[in-house]
Design a protein around this ligand. Structure first.
Ligand code: GCU
Length: 602
């Protein structure tokens, strides 16, 4: 720890050093440092943490992380913040939802807690952070361990060699400032929550470590194999088991990697029959497990198929947002979200615009909903910046590695509503290729823009996608509804189109209008017109209207929006349904009944 003179020296230097954060931006905590989590015991580090907002990054400048824990009376020097005492906040949480004074705070904030520890010779220890918005720097006992970029995916830091017997001090410095190099960039239509808003834990593993396990049905419908890919450290082989299918296979590992194709005929997973199998993998002393469904999602020409059957995606979009908790999700909240989607008649949900909590994905596996998941390459992005590409690619790979055993996830989306420039094309084409290379079993999409001048779906990225998502707001942002049929008629896409967004705002509070824009009746009319138009088109293979619930966003401060986007079919209380809910529900339920009848005759 620092001596008296060093702290004084630090304080002086800190006043002039505008390059103070460079040593703390390694982004060394990324998809390569992930470990496979299924079935692991965790030591929760949730709860009250010492907390301090730090607008000017004084903590990095003055190296608060290197201070000695001491009784204030024993301190010989004045100090600006003592991380070992003071205000606390619950983790997980979003600081904006805790105190009015932090509602619009954007900057750095420090989280500090003690971790009492007893070393175990034959074990390894990893810190896991479910997600922290946006940049998270990790310090242990005054030492910088590393940092993670990206606000919606988990990251791991190995602490085996740094943890000491007895009391340890763990510090996280989280920064949610919107900058030009980040993903998303500075302008979004969702609230820029900040903080450690998903669970934090310490994970103990044996020296032998299973880093990754990817289990899927061979994508070729003619090949009834379960394909397995494993990454593990410190073992020569791994034993792969699915007891219910009588599978128990030893898979040799070379250079820590192993693959196998195992003949099998599992019951196929679908929203109507979300069948999951218990899968176990052991390697040396390490053992992980997972509950996995097997299904095939394909596109043939303009059509989609699930397990060989034609598929139309009856969907809705959702944000990870709550009027009280912000971005923190709870089991009840997720179950309500999916119950509302099922009552709407959905077989599909678009998780916008960033990876949602892993429980949202696992729960969709259990209750039977197909998912579109996405990384926040949203609107303007610094497509020319290699650091931004690295960040976007890392967020993609963390999402894929976290969720690729989830049967519910059928679509990886590499972005939303980006300008069709050469830089963007190269950037997002790279992401699409990266997703396909790391997972050939899912469809790749993006929410593309319509060319309103040529009245045509025209986006050069489409050629690199399996599904063309289009966001169109005819009847709302674009009044002339008659253009929509023309656009769709002018566009003869060679692959499925999913209307990834459509809709209209409706303020149903007593402040809302009874008619016209922002009224409930107006929204309902937009839905009637959209449904009437879209259902007539054979290449439209699904829709996920914008959006299930009203949600918080800084950029909407009008008299009817008041800091919320009110395009929800249900208000921000997640209870009050708007008229359009029933309109979409009757369309979806009728379609589901028709499909069920057709399948009976097949
Ligand atoms: C866009 C965007 C959404 C946004 C919506 C809206 O299409 O993708 O994030 O909230 O439009 O304007 O309501």
């Amino acid at each position: 720890m620092l001596e008296r003179s060093a702290i004084a020296e630090n304080a002086l230097q800190a006043l002039h050093d505008e390059d103070y954060d460079r040593p703390f931006n390694l982004q060394n905590l990324n998809h390569e440092t992930m470990i496979f989590m299924g079935g692991r015991d965790v030591i929760s580090l949730d709860g009250e943490w010492n907390f301090c907002v730090d607008l000017l990054d004084t903590g990095l400048r003055q190296k608060w992380f290197a201070m000695d824990p001491a009784d204030p009376c024993d301190r010989q020097e004045p100090w600006d913040y003592d991380p070992y005492m003071g205000e606390t906040v619950p983790v997980p949480s979003c600081w904006q939802m805790l105190q009015e004074k932090w509602y619009f705070f954007e900057g750095s904030a420090w989280y500090t807690r003690a971790v009492d520890f007893t070393p175990k010779a034959d074990k390894r220890f990893f810190l896991r952070v479910g997600a922290a918005q946006y940049d998270c720097k990790v310090f242990l006992n005054g030492q910088f361990i590393g940092n993670h970029y990206g606000g919606s995916t988990p990251f791991f830091a190995e602490l085996t060699d740094q943890l000491q017997q007895g009391r340890n001090w763990l510090m996280l410095c989280v920064n949610n400032v919107r900058t030009t190099d980040r993903v998303p960039m500075r302008n979004t239509d969702w609230f820029n929550y900040g903080g450690v808003y998903r669970e934090v834990s310490l994970i103990e593993t044996p020296k032998t470590l299973i880093r990754d396990l990817f289990v899927r049905l061979n994508p070729d419908p003619l090949v009834n194999d379960i394909d397995v890919s494993i990454a593990a450290e410190g073992a020569d082989y791994a034993r792969f088991e699915i007891a219910e299918l009588g599978i128990a296979v030893d898979i040799p590992l070379e250079g820590g990697k192993g693959t196998a194709s195992i003949p099998a005929a599992p019951l196929l997973w679908s929203p109507d029959r979300p069948k999951l199998y218990d899968v176990v993998l052991t390697a040396g002393g390490d053992r992980v497990c997972d509950r996995i469904g097997f299904r095939r999602i394909e596109r043939r020409g303009r059509e989609l198929f699930l397990n060989g059957r034609p598929l139309w995606l009856r969907g809705i979009s959702v944000h990870e947002d709550d009027a009280v908790l912000g971005k923190v999700v709870t089991e009840d909240d997720l179950r309500r979200r999916y119950a509302d989607a099922k009552q709407l008649g959905c077989n599909y949900v678009r998780l916008a615009h960033y990876p949602h909590h892993e429980r949202a994905v696992a729960l969709a596996d259990e209750i039977g909903l197909l998912l579109w998941t996405e990384i926040p390459v949203y609107w303007a992005i610094d497509f020319d910046n290699p650091a931004t590409l690295r960040d976007a690619e890392n967020q993609l790979l963390e999402m894929v590695k976290r969720d690729r055993n989830r049967a519910s996830v059928v679509i990886w989306s590499v972005g939303n509503e980006n300008p069709d420039t050469d830089q963007r094309l190269a950037f997002m084409r790279h992401l699409a290729d990266t997703a396909r290379a790391n997972d050939p079993t899912r469809l790749i999409a993006a929410a593309c823009l319509v060319n309103h001048h040529k009245l045509k779906i025209e986006d050069r990225l489409a050629a690199h996608l399996d599904i063309i998502g289009i966001n169109e707001y005819y009847g709302w942002y674009d009044e002339d509804f008659s253009e929509l049929p023309k656009i769709l008629a002018n566009s003869q896409p060679d692959r499925p189109v999913v209307v990834s967004e459509t809709g209209a705002d409706a303020d149903i509070s007593d402040k809302g209008p009874k008619a016209g824009l922002f009224s409930e009746t107006y929204q309902a009319e937009v839905y009637r017109s959209q449904i009437a138009t879209l259902k007539e088109l054979d290449f439209v293979r699904g829709m996920s209207p914008w959006i299930l619930y009203d949600f918080r966003t800084e950029r909407r401060q009008g008299i009817y929006q008041r800091g919320f986007n009110r395009k929800g079919l249900i208000a921000a209380d997640k209870a009050t349904r708007k008229e359009a809910f029933a309109i979409l529900a009757s369309f979806y339920h009728a379609m589901a009944e028709r499909e069920a009848k057709e399948w009976e005759t097949l």
